[in-house]
Design a protein around this ligand. Structure first.
Ligand code: GUN
Length: 278
């Protein structure tokens, strides 16, 4: 029988630990403030920004939400980021992605001061992760490490396969698993004979962005499967990159969608905000 890795429960534990830390920091006169910028009205982004605002309120972090119009220019956005970089009251800055097409996402990310880049997307933080020095780590992959550790899944020495090579998930995920002494392979859209590789995984992290891409034919019996995707299927029901019904019976543990990786991203963002002050 497989175990369901409960991201809702584990993220709640983390938020409760952080809530205590924040009240201790407040007693020392230290406040935490996160600025969140959303450009345009993408409905999914609005839900994510709303979740971040709610989590801040729960933990005791002040949030400043900037909702900019769809037609915001690159210069206007950069000006706001620079203003927040120079505002001593603001500890963390997050620009919700994706951004409208007239905006150069990379330039915006690289303009955020590395010490306020709680998303961990700035090159300085990515570089720090790569060489193993201190810095902010991207929230979804660090949340996955927490899910594994708090579920008692051993990473050290295990064969870890990551499907996906994005800057937000795939690449930092691989580096974090390596830091935990996993033996890591990255698969992507050009990988040949992908199932031959994924079938060797003790831990399989799926971040391909394709609904139900992975089924039981991709996995070794008893593997741990982490599903980063979130989509709507033909019946408008939420589903992940993994076909849960078909895959779960062949795993030892698996994350559901919803209620797996998703809530961990917000919890780790809160963790990064707290550590920006600590
Ligand atoms: N859009 C989807 N995921 C993320 C994330 O983790 N951070 C930001 N800033 N935007 C996102």
């Amino acid at each position: 029988m497989y175990k369901i890795i409960d991201g809702k429960k584990i993220s709640q534990e983390i938020k409760d630990e952080l809530k205590e830390k924040v009240s201790a920091l407040k007693a020392e006169g230290k406040n935490i403030c996160l600025a969140v910028i959303q450009v345009g009205g993408d409905p999914a982004s609005s839900v994510y920004v709303g979740n971040k605002k709610k989590a801040c309120a729960y933990i005791g972090i002040e949030s400043l939400i900037y909702e900019l119009p769809e037609e915001t220019t690159q210069d206007e956005l950069l000006e706001l980021v620079r203003k927040l970089n120079n505002d001593n009251k603001v500890n963390g800055i997050l620009v919700q992605l994706p951004l409208p097409k007239q905006i150069d996402e990379n330039e915006v990310i690289q303009t955020i001061a590395p010490e306020k880049d709680v998303d961990g997307f700035n090159e300085k933080n990515v570089g720090a992760l790569c060489v193993g020095s201190k810095g902010f780590v991207s929230c979804t992959p660090s949340g996955i490490i927490q899910l594994l550790k708090r579920s008692g899944v051993e990473i050290s020495g295990k064969r870890c396969v990551v499907i996906g090579r994005s800057n937000i998930v795939g690449k930092p995920m691989s580096l974090l698993l390596l830091r935990e002494n996993g033996t890591v392979t990255i698969c992507h859209s050009r990988t040949e004979n992908i199932k031959e590789i994924t079938k060797q995984a003790d831990i399989l992290v799926v971040a391909v962005g394709k609904p139900k891409f992975v089924d039981e034919t991709f996995i070794k019996e008893g593997a741990v499967v982490i599903d980063v995707g979130i989509h709507r299927d033909a019946d408008n029901k939420l589903c992940g990159d993994v076909d849960f019904e078909r895959t779960a019976p062949h795993t030892s543990a698996i994350t559901p969608v919803p209620g797996g990786v998703g809530p961990m991203t917000v919890a780790m963002l809160m963790y990064n905000c707290v550590s920006s002050v600590e």
